[in-house]
Design a protein around this ligand. Structure first.
Ligand code: ADP
Length: 151
């Protein structure tokens, strides 16, 4: 049974995240989308809202579950018998940042990180840009799944 966790803030989930998750579906038996919570960080959407956006988006996909966690992702993996961390890569900056974290996670816990490249049509999308647009009442319907647009 190949189990992966896709950790992130998902504040909010975007079509970039959806693209990565859909690409990962054939690779794993189960994918847990895990929202890491950090008390020091300010989020635009509450944890409940972020979870409900993801649940609604993948309501017909039995391989996907959604949860939240605190602390190190590798500890979450060990506690839940998960062998793979899934991350998306958009650009060289993502690669540089992710490389050190993935190598550290492998060193500390023997956990492999699987990277998938975004599709060209979603590689420019980021949650932070979506939040900026929302703050100024812009239209994000081409950047996020319908569950977020409805809100
Ligand atoms: P974090 O705070 O952990 O970066 P995010 O929710 O921003 O949380 O991102 C979670 C994961 O989704 C990361 O691996 C990130 O690289 C990936 N990701 C975010 N946006 C995109 C996108 N447009 N295309 C591909 N991957 C993306």
């Amino acid at each position: 049974m190949k189990k992966a966790v896709f950790p992130g803030s998902f504040d909010p989930i975007t079509l970039g995240h959806v693209d990565i998750i859909n690409r990962a579906l054939p690779l794993f038996d189960e994918i847990t989308i895990a929202i890491g919570t950090n008390a020091a960080k300010k989020y635009m959407f509450s944890l409940e809202e972020r979870i409900s956006f993801i649940k609604e988006t993948f309501q017909n996909q039995p391989k996907i579950s959604v949860t939240s966690y605190q602390g190190l992702t590798i500890n979450y993996c060990k506690e839940n018998n998960i062998d793979f961390i899934l991350r998306g890569l958009r650009n060289p900056a993502d690669f540089e940042f992710e490389k050190a974290i993935a190598q550290t996670n492998r060193k500390l816990a023997g956990i492999e990180t699987v990277f998938l490249l975004t599709g060209a049509d979603t590689s420019f999308i980021s949650s932070s840009i979506v939040r900026d647009i929302l703050r100024h009442n812009g239209d994000v319907s081409s950047l996020v799944p319908p569950a977020v647009v409805k809100k």
